[in-house]
Ligand binder design. Structure first.
Ligand code: ATP
Length: 954
């Protein structure tokens, strides 16, 4: 004390001019502490709880500052930092060293992209995911200080083309059908070329539903969440149906949380496999677990296949595991028949291309009673047993593990374990809701596509509306489709290409394509033998009858030949007929095909592909395939399935398949992580929302439909429509309209609960091991992470999603580099290449109102040299892709091709920071994010995607 006082007086002296005395503080801020007297003679204890971060954390959090404190001479130059690569492998071997062996652009933190069109800069900060088409990077938009997701498409023509389809479809959906962003479809902001890679800029979203289930330890989500998400997905599907677009790859991985809005919403992504309903080009679509019976059987398909996938997703959200986790297509069908207690209707089996693979004929198929519809009692077909299948196919069918103790849907849903310690009342309520769910599912996973509910019909189901469920739902008749976008702008230019492949040309009015004959740009030459499509152009240009097209990516169909004109090509630039047959353009991926045709008129090869075998079928990038001489295409019998989904995650099989395996592996390992006008006659009482705790009414829910007649009644039913025979009973009603954040929190199963959640006998009392059915699963993928960040993570996530009961520590985290380094690393010697992705030989038309102008921007030159990497993965693996023309009548649909202007998100939107539970990226192949949790199922979703083996088939 004396010292202190003395010091103070000396300071005063110094302040008054004492020059020789050492410096002392002028004023004393703290006084000496004198403990208060305590009466009980106990030694007083001073307890100060100081939450300090570990010293290492404190010293390294702002390392540059720490260095400056240590050494004032220290200067920091970000550009000297070693590059932190996000792409694996990061060795540049293609595209002048810009691309790796997989044709992926090698991305490093702080690389920047610049859109030549919008002049917008995007600075790479992290990797969000890795798909078949390329990588998705989290990028900073410096002007607005906001983040976006940029999908960098592989530098290969077919990927490029298919990605343009995605751009086109999404642009149309966003701008024409959902300008107010109410239908839970991801927003596209911009697209541009960078180092020959097409880059598509999307709004930044969060983890996907598979990851959500995963962090919940593969226990199902609460019914309120299932219901909320179902409703939102239905809004998206209703929009798609209205636009006549089939997503073709609906699955939990392609539904992402959007936590930037409150309460949390979901959005549908990945339209890279989508097609127009009247252009069902590919026969091999949908990820296996979510693949519809029509697609499995090779029957014509419509938007109803998305409803099947949706049904599978709803069931999976509730059960935590896929409803039909078949290891092969045979296994899937077997499970469907067993769980649903039915089989596809005879009229489908009679016409489907693959019926013989799975069924045997046991009766007359010529006089199918009941209009060809299997009445459930007797059918002309019987599913093959495993032995019969083996005898026919000369190989054993792959059969996956059983996860449910019960064998039929009703028992599975009813018998699913209830949440632990649920009060009796709540059990009763949930039982009631489960009945509604069961009925709901039955309408979705309905074998007969004609009977399967439409989004409109499903949206009126009590499970969605929250009305009390008292009896089987009788859906209202589907509103006849009336196309909404009547005034679609048409590009009257001869460029077609992939736009037509996606059926996007307003001039392509139908499968019959009769209008094509009238096109001033199109002279159709009668020619037959091709019976399937890839890109189909209404403006193809033929020069003569020799089948030399002047453009690429054109495909034929039965009885007709089409080619489209590419705006980057000269009319008159003839394709070489290298295959010894007359041909017209094909997808560049034709290079890997050797096919036999029953008719000699091969159709099209890609000029970019050089001397490739003729290709009768249009191809997608997802249908690359190596030679397989055993496959024959019959012109009149299109539709052999390829080995796996062209769109997905095949560890074996898909044309892009090896890639899929690779990318899935990486993803799993943590590459990134990964009308409203029906009058409201009366509102149900507000008490509708109290049937289940944690729900509340939200009359202002944004999902109002507008415009489309087929959409307009959607939401009106939510609040007002009464169930056919059910009154507004309050006791069992529950409102799905919204779920508060807190309800999301409390409705997630608590992973710490010990109750049996799964029916799997093996796992009845424990969490199922995802490794059993998830070939990519490995808890080695999980990495330790600084625990100091866990709180932040938990907060970040729970602020967005409010899952609450799930242990925050189970969330992985994406780590962003804060290094303010420049993107240019002097050590990396790369020659700048202007944006010139592919030569005219390789590409189609870009999405633009002015394709010529747009294209000249995009394609300053044509220096693309096709390269076929040996390692270039192919999603559809080792068998040839097959497509078929389903021969359905066309319904002309017009879609515009408006160019998207960059509409960047507001500065505060999704400003990124460290996002919720996705994460971990690789740096030069070394994982650096993620964490290991204490859960006995270490299921941090280190990748954005989940399962990898969807696409493969037996
Ligand atoms: N807008 C987004 N915001 C955040 N992450 C995204 C976004 N879009 C995509 N991702 C992430 O990137 C991953 C790959 O994206 P996407 O599915 O579009 O690519 P893909 O190549 O088409 O994949 P797939 O192999 O499934 O076809 C997604 O699973 C997701 O985790």
């Amino acid at each position: 004390m004396d010292d202190i006082d003395g010091g103070a007086s000396r300071a005063r002296e110094m302040g008054s001019g004492g020059a020789s005395t050492p410096w002392e503080p002028i004023q004393m801020v703290f006084k000496r502490y004198f403990p208060e007297k305590v009466s009980d003679n106990k030694a007083p204890t001073l307890r100060a709880v100081v939450k300090k971060k570990p010293v290492v954390v404190r010293l390294t959090r702002d390392l540059v500052e720490t260095y400056r404190i240590c050494n004032t001479q220290f200067k920091y130059r970000g550009e000297l930092n070693p590059k932190r690569y996000l792409t694996t492998p990061s060795v540049g071997v293609l595209n002048d060293g810009f691309d790796n062996v997989n044709s992926d652009l090698i991305l490093a933190v702080n690389d920047d992209f610049c859109s030549s069109d919008s002049r917008q800069r995007y600075i790479v900060k992290d990797l969000l995911g890795h798909g078949t088409f390329g990588q998705v990077a989290k990028c900073l938009v410096p002007e607005t200080n906001s983040f976006v997701a940029v999908k960098v498409i592989k530098n290969q023509p077919a990927y490029y083309q298919q990605a343009l389809v995605e751009v086109s479809i999404l642009t149309t959906l966003n701008k024409k059908y959902d300008p107010e962003d109410k239908h839970h479809i991801v927003r596209i902001y911009d697209y541009f070329l960078h180092q020959r890679h097409l880059c598509i800029c999307f709004e930044l979203l969060d983890m996907n539903l598979y990851e959500l289930i995963k962090i919940n330890q593969f226990r199902g989500l609460s019914l309120s969440i299932v219901q909320l998400f179902s409703k939102q997905i239905l809004l998206g599907l209703a929009l798609l149906k209205d636009a006549g677009i089939i997503h073709c790859d609906l699955k939990p991985e392609n539904i992402l949380l959007c936590t930037s809005v409150k309460p949390t919403e979901i959005k549908i992504i990945d339209f890279g496999s989508a097609c127009m309903e009247d252009r069902t080009v590919y026969s091999y679509i949908q990820s296996r677990y979510y693949r519809s019976p029509e697609v499995l059987l090779g029957y014509q398909y419509t938007t109803a296949i998305d409803m099947w996938s949706f049904g599978c997703i709803v069931a999976e959200l509730f059960l935590g595991l896929p409803l039909f986790p078949g290891a092969s297509e045979f296994d899937i069908l077997r499970r469907m028949v067993e769980i649903l207690g039915k089989q596809p209707p005879d009229y489908v089996l009679k016409e489907a291309k693959n019926t013989n693979k799975f069924f045997k004929c046991v009766g007359s198929i010529h006089n199918l009673g009941n209009g060809g519809t299997y009445d459930g009692l007797k059918s002309a077909y019987m599913a093959l047993t495993e032995e019969e299948f083996e005898a026919r196919e000369k190989k054993k069918p792959e059969i996956g593990k059983e996860y449910f103790r019960h064998k039929n849907l009703e028992e599975i849903v009813k018998g699913y374990p209830y949440k632990m310690n649920l009060p009796e009342d709540d059990v009763v309520k949930e039982t009631q809701i489960r009945l509604a769910l069961l009925d709901f599912l039955r309408g979705l996973v309905e074998f007969d596509p004609a009977k399967r509910w439409s989004p409109f019909q499903a949206a009126k189901h009590p499970f969605i509306t929250g009305e009390p469920f008292t009896c089987p739902y009788n859906p209202p008749p589907e509103t006849p489709h009336v196309h909404v976008a009547q005034n679609i702008k048409v590009d009257h230019h001869p460029g077609g290409g992939h736009w037509f492949a996606a059926g996007l040309s307003p001039h392509v009015s139908g499968r019959g394509r009769m209008p094509l004959h009238n096109s001033p740009h199109f002279q159709m030459i009668p020619y037959s033998h091709a019976n399937s499509y890839g890109s189909i152009g209404s403006y193809g240009s033929y020069n003569d009858g020799t089948m030399q097209g002047n453009s690429y990516g054109s495909y034929g169909e039965t009885g007709n030949m089409f080619a489209y004109y590419s705006p980057v090509n000269h009319p008159g630039l003839y394709m070489q007929n290298k295959g010894g047959v007359s041909m017209l353009g094909t997808s560049p991926d034709a290079r890997r095909r050797v096919m036999q045709y029953s008719h000699g008129g091969g159709l099209g090869t890609s000029p970019s592909a050089g001397n490739f075998a003729p290709l009768p079928l249009g191809t997608s990038p997802s249908q690359f395939t190596p030679p397989n001489a055993n496959n024959q295409f019959l012109a009149g019998s299109p539709g052999h399935h390829g080995p796996t989904s062209p769109v997905r995650n095949s560890c074996h099989g898909s044309p892009l398949g090896k890639m899929a395996a690779f990318s899935q592996f990486n993803r799993r390992k943590g590459v990134g992580y990964s009308g409203g006008s029906q009058p409201q006659e009366s509102s149900l009482p507000q008490a509708q929302g109290h049937g289940m705790d944690n729900f509340y009414q939200n009359e202002g829910y944004s999902g109002q439909f507008s415009g489309s007649p087929s959409r307009r009644q959607f939401d009106s039913g939510v609040n007002n429509r009464k169930q056919t025979q059910g009154g507004p009973t309050l006791s069992t009603g529950y409102s799905p309209h919204n779920v508060s954040s807190s309800s999301l929190r409390s409705n997630m199963y608590n992973p710490s609960g010990t109750g049996p959640h799964h029916e799997n006998p093996d796992s009845a009392l424990s969490v199922p091991d995802p490794g059993d059915w998830d070939p990519n699963y490995s808890d080695d993928l999980l990495l330790q992470e600084d625990s100091a960040d866990e709180g932040f993570l938990a907060n970040e996530f729970s602020r967005g999603m409010q899952l609450g009961s799930t242990d925050a520590s189970s969330f992985s985290r994406r780590v962003n580099s804060n290094a303010s380094t420049s993107s240019s690393n002097p050590a990396t010697q790369r020659r700048y290449i202007p944006n010139q992705p592919f030569s005219q030989a390789d590409i189609g038309s870009p999405p633009s109102n002015d394709p010529h102008a747009r294209f000249s921007q995009l394609m300053p030159g044509s220096q693309f040299t096709p390269h076929v990497s040996q390692n270039s993965p192919s999603r559809l693996g080792q068998q040839p892709p097959h497509r078929f023309n389903h021969g359905r009548p066309n319904v002309g649909r017009a879609m515009d091709r408006n160019h998207i202007n960059a509409q960047l998100p507001p500065s505060n939107t999704n400003s990124g920071g460290q996002r919720s539970p996705r994460s971990s990226s690789y740096t030069n192949g070394v994982p650096w994010g993620g964490r290991r949790t204490n859960h006995h199922v270490p299921n941090v979703p280190s990748t954005s995607h989940g399962r990898m083996d969807y696409g493969s088939i037996a």
